[in-house]
Design a protein around this ligand. Structure first.
Ligand SMILES: *Cc1c(COP(=O)(O)O)cnc(C)c1O
Length: 360
């Protein structure tokens, strides 16, 4: 067996310890004689798995008691619709468009409510985070929406926008559990787990209770109502049981690493290795405004398409895989999520140095 260093933006690298544990439990989960995949979501064994997973993410993120933690399907993209459908009171919301995911969320919301684009960084290929200290927030906005870490472009909000008292909704898919956050500053904070937490097909939505409609919404499909899932403890229908199980293991792994403060320090250390090299390199350049750089997704280019392609091919052959950048940015992108060991980042930088020396 040989594992590569996988720099994929998502689905992405998972902690090796977690994969090994899951492998050990594949045929017989804790004496049940079956895999978690084969077990009823109504069984006690699974109820324990989801309860523990919820408690562990509550501990890790210090989630206040007046927030629900929902384990939902449909990925992050389904939240693009569920959020406007469920939070609609005045039917107005403000969107800050800092990348493709924010743009998709904005466009989707426009089907159900009046969505206003109050700021954007599209003028410079989303390579920065706009000044959000004094935006023209709508008087009647039900919420203000951001995508906190822009997976494709590699930018991250270092301070949250001034929402002028309006509810903040944040997509944290690609920075989920990468550092501590103050959940009480958000109305909803949610993420598709396949970037930084677990397997694809599960989204965790952390929602302040007063934002969950207390009555059924007659015009919204049952499965798209937060109330449905909140009332049923995320077990209204069969959830993505295996993904919840793996996420639970990742939460325990994160606790063992020292929690989110420790992850933040590690992520800063890893990102610094790569950014320091990009800043001194004559061949490779980062594509993002320095002050807005993500700790998770690091796009870079040589400025020469053919050389970029050569780099990606040679890196792949050396066991450094999935470095090709998103088609709208070109070049390369290294996603260095929680589970990417520091050795992987060091190996990448060594490889880049070597490539630079040979191709200068
Ligand atoms: C990947 C990604 C999404 C889309 O996730 P799906 O689970 O595929 O719907 C949304 N937002 C961000 C920030 C992402 O990185």
């Amino acid at each position: 067996m040989s594992r590569v260093y996988n720099f994929s933006a998502g689905p992405a690298v998972l902690p090796e310890e977690v994969l090994k544990e899951a492998a050990e439990e594949m045929l017989d989960y804790k004496g049940t004689g079956m895999s978690v995949m084969e077990m009823s979501h109504r069984s006690k064994a699974f109820q324990d798995i989801i309860d523990e997973a919820e408690q562990d993410i509550r501990d890790l993120m210090n989630i206040p008691d007046n927030y629900k933690v929902l384990f939902l399907q449909g990925g992050a993209s389904q939240q693009f619709a569920m959020i406007p459908m469920n939070l609609k009171k005045n039917g107005v919301a403000d969107y800050i468009v800092t990348g493709q995911w924010a743009k998709k969320a904005y466009q989707e919301a426009g089907k159900y409510i009046k969505a206003n684009k109050v700021a954007s960084s599209e003028d410079k290929t989303f390579s920065y985070i706009p000044d959000c200290s004094d935006l023209p927030i709508s008087e009647d906005a039900d919420y203000v929406y951001i995508c906190e870490n822009n997976t494709i472009y590699g930018t991250k909000y270092k301070t949250l926008p001034n929402t002028k008292g309006k509810v903040l909704v944040s997509d944290v898919s690609s920075c989920f559990l990468s550092e501590p956050i103050d959940v009480s500053k958000y109305g909803i904070v949610y993420g598709g787990v396949q970037k930084n937490v677990g397997p694809a097909g599960l989204v965790i939505s952390i929602i302040r209770e007063d934002l969950i409609p207390t009555e059924e919404l007659p015009e919204v499909p049952t499965m798209l109502q937060f109330k449905t899932h909140a009332d049923a403890g995320s077990l209204y229908n069969t959830p993505n049981t295996y993904a919840i199980y793996i996420c639970g293991k990742v939460f325990k792994w994160l606790k063992k690493q020292g929690g989110l403060e420790a992850m933040k320090a590690r992520n800063e250390e890893k990102a610094k290795i790569l950014y320091d090299f990009l800043d001194e390199s004559k061949l490779f350049k980062g594509t993002v405004a320095k002050e807005d750089r993500s700790l998770m997704n690091v796009p870079f280019v040589t400025g020469d398409k053919d050389l970029d392609a050569k780099f990606v091919a040679e890196a792949t052959a050396a066991g450094l895989v999935n470095l090709k950048g998103h088609r709208t940015v070109g070049g390369m992108r290294a996603s260095i999520y929680n589970a990417m060991p520091i050795e992987g980042v060091k190996a990448l930088v060594e490889f880049m140095k070597d490539f630079e020396a040979k191709n200068a």
